[in-house]
Design a protein. Sequence first.
Length: 172
Amino acid sequence: MINGLLHLDTSTYLWLSRLQHQSTALHLNRWISRSGDGPLYVAIAALIYVTEPINYLLFIKVGLLAFLIELPCFVFLKAAIRRDRPFVQLPGSVSVIQPSDKFSMPSGHTAAAFLMAGLISYFYVEYVFLVYLWAMAIGTSRVVLGVHYPSDILAGALLGSSAFLLSLAILI
């Protein structure tokens, strides 16, 4: 069963990474991936501060606690799992971006995106579809760009979602 899951993980990675050879898809995935770098999260908080001063404080408290939970867990898991990135493991595989660290599991971009998707959708339920679509697109872009396997994305999504839910349980 484990071999079957590893095969599915690798074959899905190889299938998605083919998009590196399509100029439009490559540019779109670079842009989507960059949207998960961090500055957008600050812009969202600033927008909520300006437009929703009543919800702002609780939004920020839950978000900050969630990131305070997620980041150390992310660092610990990267160091403990030490999974090589696909472009290191798979012959002929390349990364079209420079990853921020050596190891691939879990995906930090995906963890942060799912944390933010949970946070935004909790306070602004009308955006639930849009923010989770964006979070999934960030995860997928990381596979297309060659720096993560799909299972890294799943692990990141679970980490970010769990950190958000835990912070919500503590503060609400």
